[in-house]
Design a protein around this ligand. Structure first.
Ligand SMILES: Cc1cc2nc3c(=O)[nH]c(=O)nc-3n(C[C@H](O)[C@H](O)[C@H](O)COP(=O)(O)O)c2cc1C
Length: 151
């Protein structure tokens, strides 16, 4: 069952984001694709986050995060933020802006949210965010992940 499930998931065309968040002590950025819009009123998003991910250190009800929608030229950032680099090293080569939350300046879009719910399920949590602010480049050129690579 698990093998077949993974095989089906690999066929999906997934839009790639970097989830970023910080507090006064540390900042984190991790590549995510389990992202979906949830409601329009209020505007809200949800993202699935592994309970072992280091970004959980700074995600809590009421805290801010950003979903940085990557452009198709930004696959290196996706690699950096999914294990090639760790912790603070993930921020050193790209135009990250220290704000609350920290965000990637040259993403296709930035969706700024406040955590309103964290719903645990098995190995993951569904983090629900109410959208507070948006930056949109107006372009439609997202980075896509399918069958184990960026297309
Ligand atoms: C394309 C892609 C999509 C990913 N999507 C998710 C996701 O939605 N949720 C998640 O918890 N991890 C996801 N990951 C894995 C994390 O990016 C990876 O485990 C990361 O290193 C976790 O951050 P940490 O090392 O700081 O704990 C994805 C990885 C890739 C390459």
């Amino acid at each position: 069952m698990e093998k077949e499930f993974l095989e089906i998931l690999r066929t999906l065309s997934q839009t790639v984001f970097v989830l970023s968040a910080d507090n006064e002590k540390e900042r984190h950025a991790m590549t995510v694709s389990s992202v979906a819009s949830l409601s329009l009123s209020p505007p809200s998003m949800m993202v699935g986050v592994n309970k072992d991910a280091s970004i959980n250190n700074v995600l809590q009800k009421g805290s801010n995060f950003c979903l940085n929608l990557l452009k198709n030229s930004q696959s290196k950032i996706a690699d950096t933020c999914s294990g090639v680099e760790e912790g603070e090293e993930r921020f050193k080569n790209d135009p990250w802006i220290s704000s609350n939350p920290v965000f990637l300046e040259e993403a296709q879009s930035n969706i700024f949210c406040k955590v309103v719910e964290i719903i645990p399920f098995s190995t993951h949590s569904i983090v629900v965010g109410e959208v507070l602010k948006l930056n949109h480049s107006g372009k439609i050129e997202p980075l896509i992940y399918q069958n184990g690579s960026y297309t």
